[in-house]
Design a protein around this ligand. Structure first.
Ligand SMILES: *[C@@H]1O[C@H](CO)[C@@H](O)[C@H](O)[C@H]1NC(C)=O
Ligand SMILES: *[C@@H]1O[C@H](CO)[C@@H](O)[C@H](O)[C@H]1NC(C)=O
Ligand SMILES: *[C@@H]1O[C@H](CO)[C@@H](O)[C@H](O)[C@H]1NC(C)=O
Ligand SMILES: *[C@@H]1O[C@H](CO)[C@@H](O)[C@H](O)[C@H]1NC(C)=O
Ligand SMILES: *[C@@H]1O[C@H](CO)[C@@H](O)[C@H](O)[C@H]1NC(C)=O
Ligand SMILES: *[C@@H]1O[C@H](CO)[C@@H](O)[C@H](O)[C@H]1NC(C)=O
Length: 432
């Protein structure tokens, strides 16, 4: 409700009108599902991106800056198509619960690397406006992006990050604009004056997307700007390359089942922090509780540590004091030759006999505060058919832990921000 009020205030600054936005369904699909990159190469790129992203989470968690996570070889990703402008044009962006601003590459783009999808041309839209520096939208940008600046009366973002692999500095810059977004509900609903980053330069490397769709907690995220208070998504199986995954916004986001379990979100001590933290108490494999120190997943007073649920990281990343005992538990139940998986960036893989199926594995349970999430082997062990490998979809992290999208397959996950709880229900996502 407070978010709805905030949005009304933001809108009223620019326009006397505010279309009521109740809810919508948007399709999400996985990069790679259109066959651009396949097999082991796909897997390799996913994990390269995970590592860069993790470095950013750790750097930003406690710091007074929030930059969108870097998008570099962005293949382990889910994409959303959004209709933007008047008349509406469809653009594809990366669905990212780890950042806020929705931004697209715009024309003219003097420095754009490999943007393979259309770039947005503001001259072709009658609803493109650029708010002044003293507008509430710009104030929110200054909170999200410490490098934002006021230039010729308008505010500009500058998201920068270091690439831990190439040791280079890369960035995405642009002006903060506003646009009309159109959603398909029972009828199309046009929502005016949504803050939209219009990029003029980026050295980030994208595949099959024109930008990022931020779904984080901050005031500039699509969720906050629509004022919906809740959203849910259900990611289809990684091996399903044809079905789209539904994203429900607002009133359509609901888990109608008595089997739904819920766990509270945990607040980072830094009020500017945009990530969704959960309280994880422990992990079991089958009926055996893995021996993990009780403080392993705790958020520290300085805002570091903790466990984030993220739509944009593939693997589940655990601090080493949890990761090591979990891998030992896996090794104690799998009786296959070990392959170190390093060729494809994994940490622990098993060699399968050519063409054979993986052995039965017990489910893994994540004991969240008040809600045990049972994960079948398909949600934590990844077959790599090209290579006859079967790999643990987890890796070690030095500071923050991340619940990645591989584990979220076929789980309908509701982010209920009005009530500060995350709810979930196992589901066949391709049937919703
Ligand atoms: C993009 O715009 C910024 C101002 O926001 C300007 O400083 C920069 O030079 C522009 N970059 C390119 C490549 O046009
Ligand atoms: C943008 O749209 C305008 C108006 O249709 C057109 O004149 C211009 O060439 C377009 N710019 C680019 C870079 O496509
Ligand atoms: C949050 O962001 C604002 C604006 O950039 C800044 O003044 C404030 O110090 C930040 N708060 C914290 C706790 O970092
Ligand atoms: C997606 O990106 C790949 C390059 O990674 C390119 O070959 C392919 O044509 C793109 N597909 C679409 C639909 O843009
Ligand atoms: C849940 O129930 C509500 C109200 O009956 C309905 O609008 C919504 O579509 C249902 N959601 C799902 C995911 O079935
Ligand atoms: C969001 O906006 C509200 C109202 O302007 C402000 O109080 C709050 O600090 C902002 N939150 C963040 C994280 O910027």
């Amino acid at each position: 409700m407070t978010q709805m009020l905030l949005i009304l205030i933001l809108f009223s600054t620019f326009s006397p009108f505010c279309s009521p936005f109740d809810g919508a369904r948007v399709e999400i699909y996985r990069i790679g599902s259109k066959g651009e990159v396949t097999g082991a190469e796909l897997v390799r790129r996913e994990l390269q991106r995970d590592r860069i992203r993790l470095a950013c989470f750790s750097a930003n968690a406690a710091a007074n800056v929030r930059v969108p996570v870097p998008v570099h070889g962005a293949v382990g990703e889910y994409l959303i198509d959004l209709s933007i402008g008047t008349p509406p044009v469809t653009y594809t962006g990366i669905a990212d619960t780890g950042s806020d601003l929705v931004w697209l590459m715009c024309q003219p783009c003097d420095l754009c690397s490999d943007f393979l999808t259309p770039t947005y041309n503001s001259s072709e839209s009658s609803t493109f406006t650029v708010p002044p520096c003293d507008s509430p939208l710009c104030e929110n940008l200054f909170v999200e992006n410490s490098q934002a600046s006021c230039y010729l009366g308008n505010c500009h973002y500058d998201f920068g990050y270091g690439d831990i692999y190439t040791q280079t500095y890369t960035s995405a810059t642009g002006v903060l604009a506003t646009e009309t977004f159109t959603f398909q509900s029972s009828d199309p609903v046009a929502v005016p004056n949504i803050g939209l980053g219009c990029g003029n330069a980026s050295t980030m490397y994208f595949f099959n997307s024109s930008g990022i769709v931020g779904l984080g907690r901050g005031n500039l995220s699509l969720i906050s700007q629509l004022g919906v208070g809740k959203f849910s998504y259900c990611l289809t199986s990684f091996v399903d390359t044809t079905s789209a995954s539904p994203l429900f916004l607002g009133s359509l986001a609901s888990l109608n089942s008595s089997a739904t379990l819920s766990t509270p979100f945990v607040s980072n001590p830094n009020p500017n922090n945009t990530y969704y933290y959960l309280s994880l108490k422990g992990i079991s494999l089958g009926s055996t509780l893995v021996s993990i120190p009780s403080t392993a997943f705790a958020l520290k007073p300085d805002g570091s540590g903790g466990l984030i649920i993220d739509s944009g990281t593939t693997l589940t990343l655990l601090v080493d004091e949890a990761y090591q005992p979990v891998t030992q538990a896996i090794e104690s139940v799998v009786n296959l030759p070990i392959d170190d998986g390093s060729d494809i960036g994994y940490d622990l893989c098993y060699t399968l006999e050519a063409g054979s199926s993986p052995p039965q594995m017990p489910s893994m349970t994540f004991h969240f505060d008040g809600a045990d999430m049972d994960l079948p082997a398909e949600n934590y062990m990844r077959p790599i058919p090209d290579l006859d490998l079967w790999c643990l979809a987890m890796a070690s992290s030095s500071d923050v832990s991340v619940f990645g999208n591989f584990m979220q397959q076929n789980m309908h996950i509701l982010y209920d921000l009005d009530n500060e709880v995350l709810s979930f229900l196992p589901a066949q996502c391709n049937t919703l």
